[in-house]
Design a protein around this ligand. Structure first.
Ligand SMILES: [Zn+2]
Ligand SMILES: [Zn+2]
Length: 370
């Protein structure tokens, strides 16, 4: 009898702990008008190339962290475990596919074309069949991917092993661009941000991509228990589907989220900012304005004073509205009662619109107590 009770307790505990282990995180980043904001990591590896995990683990990781989609992009040309894991180039996708379906993770079929510089490494995604990409000449590999309507992006353009001194754009990249075989660039790969790539995306109309390129179990590279998040691509899609992701990527509607920062075209960061920072109260006193700001997102909002403000307004040089938190600010104005509203010129320093430049915003505060 005692053993039966012990067994029942054991089973109950197992269920409870198992349930606890299966909580999906929510990444609080708002949608923008007209689009849903999808969280997508389009670059990672498994034992089918040089990664350390089985493909289903990538799906579980994505689900746990609150992502909408991933691409497993094992190397075509570099497969150190090929004698242990004998397969063709579609197998990692096929192994992960049923679980992705069960957990409603968008699994977009991809591969990494892995060549010396120039041209370097590329991911091709939305493939039907990765096997035709396994050919000798890199140009033929890109043509084979593009023949399947793939979206192709340049990986880690500033990788020191391939670009030791400077992050260079080669003639080969011009050839790819001119032949519709280059649609995006990794502005962020893992912990690296490439300002050159950011500028190229702006100048050449390419889509900004952020990825982990993770090879280990994700928890070895990011301290998820301390709230750290993997880098990812935010996709502003008309619908939460593979087709929605495809349309948005080719249209360039993305932002890169990494290390509590966002990188994107100004229009998308402006839209995200407007959906993020809330003015909860504005109070006019005799010699000041008091403003309460609230940030319902997971991204801290780092604000600095821009040039051109009314010189009689005395307020912070920098302040941060914490993720999920409030910030009270005071603007000291000797003749506050003569202002029915005030306007501040600000920069959002961690919403990066071009290398070294934060998003410029104008905020107008109208008192609640007039
Ligand atoms: Zn690579
Ligand atoms: Zn890679």
């Amino acid at each position: 009898m005692t053993r039966k009770i012990a067994l029942v307790v054991f089973v109950l505990l197992a269920i409870i702990f198992n349930a606890e282990a299966q909580v999906r995180d929510t990444i609080r980043i708002p949608d923008i008008p007209g689009y849903v904001t999808l969280k997508y990591d389009p670059h990672m590896h498994t034992v089918f190339s040089d990664g350390a995990v089985w493909p289903t683990v990538r799906v579980h990781e994505a689900w746990r962290e609150g992502l909408d989609g991933i691409s497993i992009t094992d190397h075509i040309e570099y497969r150190p475990f090929r004698n242990d894991v004998v397969s063709d180039h579609n197998r990692a996708y096929e192994v992960a596919r049923p679980l992705a379906g069960q957990l409603d993770i968008l699994l977009i079929h991809g591969t990494e074309i892995t060549r010396a510089m120039p041209p370097g490494h590329f991911n091709a995604i939305f493939l039907e069949d990765a096997n035709p990409v396994d050919v000798d000449d890199w140009r033929d590999a890109m043509v084979a991917a593009r023949a399947q309507d793939a979206f192709i992006f340049w990986n880690h353009p500033g990788w020191a092993r391939q670009q030791p001194d400077t992050t260079l754009w080669w003639d080969e990249h011009t050839w790819l661009l001119e032949n519709d075989m280059l649609h995006g660039i990794e502005v962020v790969n893992g912990r690296s941000y490439y300002p050159e790539a950011h500028q190229w995306c702006l100048d050449k109309g390419l889509t900004m991509i952020g990825t982990t390129d993770v090879h280990n179990p994700i928890g070895m590279d990011y301290d998820l228990s301390m709230g750290e998040r993997r880098p990812m691509t935010l996709v502003f899609a008309t619908e939460r589907s593979e087709e929605g992701v495809r349309e948005a990527l080719f249209a360039g509607r993305t932002a890169v989220y990494f290390d509590n920062k966002l990188v994107a075209r100004e229009e998308y960061l402006d839209a995200l900012f407007k959906e993020s920072l809330q003015v909860r109260s504005v109070t006019r006193h005799s010699g000041s304005y008091g403003v309460t700001l609230f940030n319902p997102t997971d991204i801290p909002i780092e604000i600095s004073k821009a040039r051109g403000n009314d010189p009689s307004f005395e307020f912070f040089r920098t302040t941060t509205v914490p993720a999920g938190g409030y910030r009270n600010i005071s603007i000291y104005i000797s003749n506050a009662s003569e202002h029915d509203q005030i306007e501040l010129l600000l920069n959002i320093d961690n919403f990066i619109v071009e290398p070294g430049k934060g998003l410029p915003v104008t905020m107008t505060f109208v008192p609640d107590n007039l």
